[in-house]
Each structure stands twice: as structure tokens, then as C-alpha cells.
Design a protein around this ligand. Structure first.
Ligand SMILES: Cc1ncc(COP(=O)(O)O)c(C=O)c1O
Length: 388
């Protein structure tokens, strides 16, 4: 086996070396990288909640009353009254029967599939998030993957009742949207289970017929989270804190308590963080100003891209990507943006398939029109250069 040094050398020469930008934060969109102020289009803190003063006060108050650590896993003594009330409140916001709080979205997906000890088929899009892929390798699960967004291929993989269709509502690396209505039709027709990962849609998705007080991707299709057998959302993105939740019926939640190993065997989120999340959701359910601003920014960006013929997806989502198809070029483009004091992300293999290297831009409610104009100018120059 090649030494680590040799492996790292190879990764670097292929353009796939991952490096961490050391960041100090002033807001979700304006940050410092090594003492340099830059505009960030790299955060999933879509509504700017991570720096909200009321949420920080709620966290401080709770920390001074209850401390900053939970001390143990939820089945020992890490499940507090606040965890219980957050679960109840989420059920009320989303009209679901039951809910369970988990430490992260990654763990939520692992929990969802760790509760099966008999053979089960899981069907998923080939570009699903790594947490969906890895959760499908647990126990005796058989994983079936269909080409990106090609729903016509799903039926081919269904072999028995209770196969699980595990759908990422908004794709984290493309901003593509899954046709959840079609997935619900498949669920009903073929008696599959439908699990929805709404990490990038919860509290963000465009509102339509949904009557929940916090937005979900189900609402785009006139559906409800309870139409799915499991609906998962995260707190580390639009909610601005950390953690995740799973909604479903009482039996599903009870099974996670009994058999969800990532839930049972990990120290639970501290109460102060749960209280911060409760405060954030409480704000998001009634004050739609940030949500409206985010959607104004998305519309402004989309209309400008249409006018300037910049090739990005025009979905009403904050995730925008430009395909470059080469890791070295993608890193170079990231550097070009940095010279203009703009941080965007270079997304390369293995996060995306080989030759699908791309830049990823995330819009937030805290960006100004001027921020977006500066971004668009640089983007236009980069696209021009790519074609000359
Ligand atoms: C689609 C999707 N699911 C799950 C996760 C994991 O969520 P968390 O960051 O809370 O672990 C992410 C995070 O990027 C994601 O994009």
C-alpha cells in the first residue's frame, strides 16, 4: 500500500487536495480570512440566523442556567425538557405526529436506516448526499441508484412492498429539485416508503400550497411533510444552529429510540443549543422578513444570470453552481474570486463525480444587491475567459 505521503502527493497532483480556509466570522455573508474582509457566498446559513442577537441571548441564558454540556447520550441523562419541547414544537410547526432530535443531519440519515435488521432495498438518486449513501451501507441494506433526476428509472428497482425511496429534496451540490410529487405518486402506487432529506429546503423552500408555519420542500408541490414516512430537516443551515430532526409517525420515532445506534450511543446536543434552536424556529415561524429577502436575492440573481446568459440553474433555491469540469481550473477560478475579495467554493471529486468539478455559490438573506452585483461581474468575466 502506498504511504500516506505518496497518497497525498497523488491527490495534490490530480487537483483534488482539500484545504480548509481559516475563517473568522462577522456575519454569514461578510467574513475574515486571515485578516482580509471578504464577501462570502459559501455559507448555508441562508437566513443569517447564526448571528441573530435574540438567539444568542437565548443560548447565553440557557447556558448560564444549565451549563454548556449535556453530559451523556439521550437514553442516559442527556434528554432534557428542552429537547422534549423542541420535538413537540416541530410537530406543531409541521403538522406531524412525532419528531425526534438528532445531533446532525448526517446522523439523522444514519439513524433512519440503522433501524432495519432485515434485508431492505433503498432506492436513491446517484447524486445523493454522502450521508444518504453511507446510511444505505448499514446492516443488510441493498442500495439501488438511478441516474440523476431520472425518475423513469425508479420503478425498475422496486421489487417488493416497503422498499424505501430516499429522496434528497434540494440537491446540495447542484441546487436541483426532486419532483417530490412524483415520488409520492410512486410511493402510493407501489407501496414503497418515502424518506425525504430536506436539509436545504427546510425554512427556505419557496412557499406555495403548504399550510405549515415553517417552509418545506413539500410545500413546493402542495404536499405536507406527513405525506412522507420520514421527513428530515437540519438546524445547521437555515436555522443557524446545529443538529437535525426526523418527523414521522410514533412507531418510527420509537424505533429510532430503540435501535438508532447513532442516536443511542452519542452524547446529545447541549440544552443551550436546543434552546437557541427553539428561539430560531420561533422567530422563523412568525417573522418572514429574512425569508422574503432571501427570495428577493435569489430572484435578482436569477434574472441577472438570464440577462447576462450565465449558465446556472434558475431554480428558486439559494444554491447556484457553474460546471467547469476540471479540478485545477475550479481551484484557479476560486482564487480569481478571492482576488476580488469574494469567497465561493471549489467543489471537486469525490464530492461530485469526476469531470463534474464546479464552483458553488450560496445566496443568503444578508447579501446586499451590491454584493450580488460584484459576484455577477466576476462570474461574467470568468465565464467569458472560459470560452475564449
Ligand atoms: C442533503 C444533505 N443531507 C444531510 C446533510 C448533513 O447535515 P449536517 O450538516 O447537519 O450533518 C447535508 C449537509 O451538508 C446535506 O447537504
Amino acid at each position: 500500500m502506498a504511504t500516506f505521503k505518496d497518497q497525498l502527493k497523488l491527490i495534490k497532483s490530480e487537483g483534488y487536495l482539500r484545504e480548509r480556509d481559516r475563517i473568522s466570522l462577522t456575519s454569514s455573508s461578510h467574513i475574515k480570512i486571515q485578516d482580509r474582509l471578504v464577501t462570502s457566498f459559501s455559507s448555508n446559513d441562508y437566513l443569517g440566523m447564526s448571528t441573530n442577537k435574540d438567539i444568542i441571548s437565548a443560548l447565553k441564558k440557557s447556558a448560564s442556567e444549565y451549563g454548556i454540556g449535556s453530559g451523556s447520550s439521550p437514553l442516559i441523562s442527556g434528554y432534557t425538557e428542552s429537547h422534549h419541547y423542541l420535538e413537540k414544537e416541530i410537530c406543531e410547526y409541521l403538522n406531524t405526529e412525532s419528531c425526534i432530535i438528532v445531533n446532525s443531519g448526517y446522523m439523522a440519515n444514519l439513524c433512519l436506516l440503522s433501524i432495519f435488521d432485515k434485508e431492505v432495498n433503498v432506492i436513491q438518486d446517484k447524486e445523493s448526499h454522502n450521508s444518504i449513501v453511507e446510511s444505505s451501507k448499514l446492516n443488510k441494506i441493498k442500495i439501488h441508484r438511478y441516474p440523476h433526476l431520472d425518475d423513469s428509472q425508479i420503478i425498475k428497482h422496486i421489487s417488493k412492498d416497503n422498499d424505501i425511496l430516499f429522496s434528497e429534496a434540494v440537491f446540495s451540490m447542484t441546487g436541483d429539485i426532486t419532483d417530490l410529487k412524483n415520488h409520492l405518486t410512486i410511493k402510493k402506487k407501489f407501496k414503497t416508503k418515502l424518506y425525504i432529506d430536506d436539509a436545504h429546503g427546510f425554512a427556505v423552500a419557496e412557499k406555495s400550497g403548504d399550510n405549515t408555519s415553517i417552509e418545506t420542500s413539500c410545500g413546493i408541490f402542495g404536499m405536507k411533510p406527513s405525506d412522507a414516512d420520514a421527513y428530515m430537516g437540519t438546524f445547521g443551515k437555515a436555522v443557524g444552529t446545529i443538529g437535525a430532526f426526523i418527523c414521522g409517525n410514533k412507531d418510527l420515532v420509537e424505533m429510532i429510540v430503540q435501535k438508532g445506534r447513532p442516536y443511542i450511543y452519542s452524547t446529545s446536543l447541549p440544552r443551550c443549543m436546543i434552546d437557541a434552536t427553539r428561539k430560531s424556529l420561533n422567530i422563523l415561524a412568525v417573522d418572514k422578513s429574512r425569508y422574503i429577502k432571501l427570495h428577493e436575492n435569489i430572484t435578482y440573481f436569477n434574472n441577472s444570470c438570464k440577462r447576462k446568459k450565465i449558465p446556472v440553474n434558475l431554480n428558486q433555491v439559494p444554491i447556484k453552481t457553474v460546471l467547469l469540469g476540471n479540478p485545477h481550473l475550479t481551484l484557479k477560478v476560486k482564487e480569481t474570486f478571492l482576488k476580488e475579495n469574494i469567497l465561493i467554493q471549489a467543489i471537486r471529486y469525490p464530492t461530485v463525480p469526476k469531470n463534474n468539478d464546479k464552483i458553488r455559490i450560496t445566496l443568503t438573506a444578508t447579501h446586499t444587491k451590491k454584493d450580488i452585483d460584484n459576484l455577477l461581474n466576476t462570474l461574467e468575466n470568468v465565464i467569458c475567459e472560459k470560452h475564449t
